[in-house]
Write a protein that binds this ligand. Sequence first.
Ligand code: MTE
Length: 306
Amino acid sequence: MLIRQPADIPSSEITSESNYLNRRQFMGAAVSLGVGLVVPGAAQAGLQPDDEITPESIVTSYNNFYEFGTGKDDPARYAHNLTTDPWTVKVSGEAAKTGEFAFEDIIKGLTPEERVYRFRCVEAWSMVVPWNGIELRKILDQFEPNGNAKYVEFKTLVRPSEMRGQKGFFSNIDWPYVEGLRMDEAYHPLALMVTGIYGKELPNQNGAPWRLMVPWKYGFKSIKSIVSIRFTRRRPRSTWEQLAPHEYGFYANVNPAVSHPRWSQATERRLPSTLFAPNRRPTLPFNGYAEDVASLYEGMDLAKYY
Ligand code: MTE
């Protein structure tokens, strides 16, 4: 991801229940087969047969959250300074209900589900994480977007006093971090607004109090610590697209056939990954969720709309 440091890189409507496993099913099925946390029936689950849940200690200590620095360990080291309560979210644009909302009012009455998704970073590493979250469409529906809303844009908090990375030492980024989805992508049942991991509150370094999780897209789409939701007619320009449009597109669908200009996307390192045990495996189109989401992109040239 880091532009200055490439060496770091060693059906729009479906019944979603059959396409992923929630954590209880995942654990229960694995235990009943006596195979630890390897996923049985993985094709149906949208997971690979040898997918295993990544240790929590890795998921909470190997992070990308440039608001706290560009090192993988910076977010875990510095994000605890972030105040996440109170948390206000501004909703604007093409919707009936706009204004400023308290985070807890938005999620009130919506029970988070546990979903085990693979998570693939554009840097070619991946994890398997039990996310706790609410389907994004359920969140967005509350604001009653109108027919002009073709896209939804999200922004992260700007608070340099608590986010040391916003103080200018990584000045390439024009804060806030911005991401966006087409409305039909946002309304896909696999798109999740995450409020926790491993059955616990979302740690600050993973994007507290809530962050996006779009499992068929590269991780940079999964924007953290969201304070703004805007429904728009025009396609938003995402942060990484602004920084390097030839490297990071708006769609950012996981695609082994389209290389990043500086490295291949054909394979990935599943964490934990070491020099001697790189745990490398083939990358799957749409990160393995093609059956669920490929129809969203029918007729599109995915090499052009990367
Ligand atoms: N959101 C914000 N606000 N700032 C960031 O730097 N990094 C993105 C994404 N969301 C990022 C962000 C990238 S590149 C990745 S791979 C994931 O967060 C990493 O999520 P994780 O640290 O929970 O694994």
